[in-house]
Structure formats: C-alpha cells, structure tokens
Write a protein that binds this ligand. Sequence first.
Ligand code: BG6
Length: 485
Amino acid sequence: MAEINKNFPQGFLWGGATAANQLEGGYNEGGKGLSTADMLTAGSHTTPRRITPVLEAGGNYPSHEAIDFYRHYKEDIRLFAEMGFKIFRMSIAWSRIFPNGDDAEPSEEGLKFYDSVFAELKKYNIEPLVTISHYEAPFGLAQKYNGWSDRRVIDFYVSYCEVIFNRYKAVVKYWLTFNEINILTMRFGLFMAGAMLPEGNAELGGQAAEDDEQLRYQALHHQFIASAKAVKLGHAINPEFQIGCMIAYMCSYPLTCHPDDMILAQQKDNLTNFLCSDVQVRGAYPGFAKRYFAEKRLDIVMEAEDELILQEGRVDFYTFSYYSSTCVSADPEQEQIGGNLAMGLKNPYLQASAWEWQIDPQGLRWSLNNIYNRYQIPLMVVENGLGAADTVEEDGSINDDYRIDYLKQHIEQMKEAVADGVELIGYTSWGCIDLVSAGTGEMKKRYGFIYVDKDNEGKGTLARSRKKSFYWYKKVIGSNGEELV
Ligand code: BG6
C-alpha cells in the first residue's frame, strides 16, 4: 500500500487571527469614528450584550480600549514572530478609514496606522490576511441608512475597498471581504453583521431585539453584491490578490438516522452554510435558497445587473471558522446547547467547554471534506480555538494544557483531511492573543497563546505574557505540524 501523506504542504500558512474591534482599542483616537461594535456593552455567558443607540455615561464598552493593540502592536507582532507566525489575520476598522462611512475622503491618519502595522509585519516576513469588515461598520451607516438594508451602503463599502486596495496593494495579498457573512442568515447577525438598528435598547441576538428575516436577507444580498464588486475591483488593482469568503461553518449532525433528521441536517447545512458560499464561490444563488425565499415569502429586491456582478466576483479561496458542532432533530423536545452564534442540540458523545460549546475535533475533518468536495478550491481554517478562563500561577506561569489539548486534536484532524485530499493552505487559530469575546464582551473568555492582564471590568495593566501554549505552538509551527506533543 502506498504511504498515506498526512503532512501539511510546504509553505503552509500557520498563524493567528484577530479582529480590530476586539483588539485595537483607541476607539476615538486618530480620527476614528464610532463603529457599530463601539455601541455594544459588555455581557457574560448568561447576560446578553446590549446595543445602545447612544453611548451611556460610565458604561462598560469593551471595544473602546480592547487590549490596546493600537499602542502595543509592535510588541504583539514581535511575540507573533517569536512563535514563527507565517500569517496574521487582522481586520481594518472601517471607521478608522471612513469615520462616518459616507465621507467624501478617507482619513490619512487612519491609513497611516495600518501602514505602520503592515510595515511591522513585513519586518518579520509575516503575511497579513486582512478581513475588510469584521463585525463592525461605521455607526453613521447604521444611523443614517439602517446599515446593509440600504443598497447605497454597497457603494460606500466599495469606495472603502478601493482606498485600502490601492494603498496596501504592495503589502497585502490575502483579503477576506466579510467575516462570517452567513451570520446574516441568523438572528444574531442583524446588528453585528448587518449594522441594522433594532428599536430601543436591545439585547444582542436576544428576544428583546427586533428581528426581521426579510431585512436580513435583503442586507445579505447587498453584502453579496458588495463582496463580488470588491473581488472584481481587487483583481483589477492587483491581479496577484487572493480574495476569499469567510463562513462561520455550522457543523450539524442529524441526532438520529431518522430520514426526517437527515433531511433537516442537510437543509441546515444548505441554508446556514452553503447558501452564502454558493453565491460567493459559484457566483449564483442555489435552488434551495430560491425555494426558501418563496416558502418564507421573502421578497428580495435584486437589480437586473446583479446576476452578472455575482458571476464576475467569485472568490479565489474559501475560509471558515470552526469551533464546535451541534445536532438537529425533527423532535422539538430535544435538549438545546450553546455554540458559536446559534444554539443547537446536545450531542451525547461530546464534552462541552465552560461556555457550552461542544468540542468536536472530528467535526473539523468532516467539515473540511464536506466543503472541499463541493468547491475544490483552496481552503483555510481562519478561526478555531478554545475560549477558557486561565489561571495565572504565583510565579506568573499559565499552564493552559486544556487549550493545547483542544488545538492539538483539531490539528490532528486537519492532517486527516489533508490525507483525504483536501487542499488546505493555512490555519490561523482564533484570538492568538487574548482579546474581547465577540459573543459575550468578556475578557475572561480567553483564546490566546499570549495572556493579556485585563479583566471583565476593564481593569489590569495590559501587560502581555507567554502561556504554556505559546511554546507549544512555536514547536508546532517550527515542525510544520509534525510535533504536536
Ligand atoms: C467568531 C467571530 O464567530 O467567533 C469572532 O468571527 C469571535 O469575532 C469568535 O470572537 C469567538 O466567539 P466568542 O464569542 O467566543 O468571542
């Protein structure tokens, strides 16, 4: 029997992932305007974050300082380089470049900040992977246009892309148009991704927030058009650009082998995962989307030129986040459990994290195969990790064996997928440095190899220190994934 090759390819892009609003801070510095993320209060596992239409005096808004990458970026990038990062996923804060979203001119100060960040990455030969919009739009667009529900926002986004593509064309090759674009198929996405304002003080993703499926899918359509236009424009500005989609991959197993459960699992995979990537990778809405719109009486306004725009703006590669899996059942009585962005059903074979996200490394292999079988284009896992509370020992050490264990098991499954023939080109684990949790706004839910001294109330010195996983990941990268223990 020929030997099975489970090695990652040469030049595999190992690294870590972050997002501006969870990392940067400096929310009102350097000419930056307010973003939608800046209006979100801190919450917890049990208390939802709130969307406040105006900033409340004395309120705890975690994005405002975050971990102050704005001032610490040199130190942080040096630490990434020490681990041997080949790639660093970050996002540009749109409102640092266009403070209100619809400004006539971009902010030179904002652009300069990212010049400096990219120069620092270049120093260590770390390739930037830039998410153009990661859960934040200029708040002005939410107020004035109700965010992505308004087609005019497409043009503001494309102007923003034009500015950053031209400015950074020599230093950035990899781009992602929207973080987890498929979150707009879920209730959680209304404000977080769609920048659409619910009435009054509303809970993020909660029952108090108004939901409108019609509006969400209309906004999603606008993001598809914006993404496709950005892809076409990016390729014209620099044909070397690699521009990808980014999906929150929801791995859902049928709870039983009952055909009803099988169909439900497939429908969920189609609607929550593949609807978006079919549009972005294949350039057209799939049949099941049209059926869903008809059944739900959703009337999505599309212009005559949209079909061609989608066709001409197909992405070069597919990226996704993967944290956990859940089950689906046709039986409404089954027990629910949490997960990234949406609830699902408990799987009796899996353990869950302290935040109730079920841990399922094999689900990653399954997902990689499932996605690759459909599209056969290069894949990148751009988010994966364990959110956990860490303990700092008296000697300052942080022994996060649970995190090492989680990551090791997932990397092992990526190797299996590579051996299955999946073209996997990179891996950026989420929150390579502790940062603000998007879902809860906590600092306590840590993902990093690098610890940041800051607590849920915003107190701490912001000092950085290396966790046990830092040294482990350095070994993983140094051996191109060979040494996992
Ligand atoms: C993804 C987001 O959904 O999950 C990130 O792209 C987020 O922004 C990550 O931080 C982990 O979720 P959480 O809620 O633990 O921060």
